[in-house]
Design a binder for this molecule. Structure first.
Ligand SMILES: [Zn+2]
Length: 210
């Protein structure tokens, strides 16, 4: 296998786990999305449904069957821990939170024989629970992105009244909003502000007129 092929496979692994962290935080932590409150359900059924919606495994019966109430609570706990990384005021605080996750979820490299006969690298035990496996993968993605100087690809939406998070996998890494809706809302508000300012006479102009 060419190095470049392996490299792109590994980047794919990192991106998938980074996006997993985003999905978990956005679906399972309270806050605001575009001005609308995000609340966490208390009843077991809606809690489990929300947790399942955060996992890109809707058709994976193996995971669906394992997501009992305890595993659901563990996923919510993981989402809260991931939120602390996004909310960290600087890279040093974020790195300490990432270190905690690496320890809690026992992230360690492991070769796993896949169904197609290939060996693939995972950072969680194949016997780990739903939350433990995802916690190890997310922690590893955060750690490697930090090490290669790309932690700034993670961010919190800059739109007014929104605290949802994002991961920017684009080449130039210039994302600022969690969604196109938030971006459009912010740009429309900025446009209105600029037009209002342009139509408001400056005090110096009023004084000069008199
Ligand atoms: Zn947003």
């Amino acid at each position: 296998m060419e190095r470049v092929t392996y490299h792109s496979q590994f980047i794919g692994y990192l991106d998938r786990n980074a996006l997993m962290a985003v999905q978990l935080v956005n679906a399972l932590t309270p806050g605001l999305h575009g001005g609308a409150p995000i609340t966490i359900p208390c009843e077991p059924a809606p809690r489990r449904a929300a947790a399942l919606s955060a996992l890109p495994v809707a058709g994976d019966h193996h995971v669906v069957d394992r997501l009992d109430d305890l595993a659901t609570d563990e996923l919510y706990r993981l989402a809260g821990q991931l939120r602390l990384i996004f909310d960290a005021p600087d890279i040093d605080v974020a790195a300490r939170e990432i270190c905690k996750l690496l320890t809690i979820y026992r992230a360690s490299p492991e070769l796993v024989l896949e169904n197609d006969g290939r060996w693939s690298l995972h950072f969680h035990s194949p016997y780990a629970g739903v939350a433990a496996a995802r916690g190890a993968g997310c922690a590893t993605a955060f750690a490697i992105m930090t090490e290669i100087g790309e932690f700034n690809r993670f961010g919190v939406c800059e739109a007014h009244n929104c605290d949802r998070v994002f991961f920017d996998a684009s080449r130039n890494s210039c994302k600022r909003f969690c969604s196109s809706a938030c971006m459009n809302r912010t740009k429309a508000a900025q446009f209105r502000n600029r037009r209002r300012e342009a139509n408001t006479p400056r005090i110096a102009d009023i004084v000069a007129d008199h």
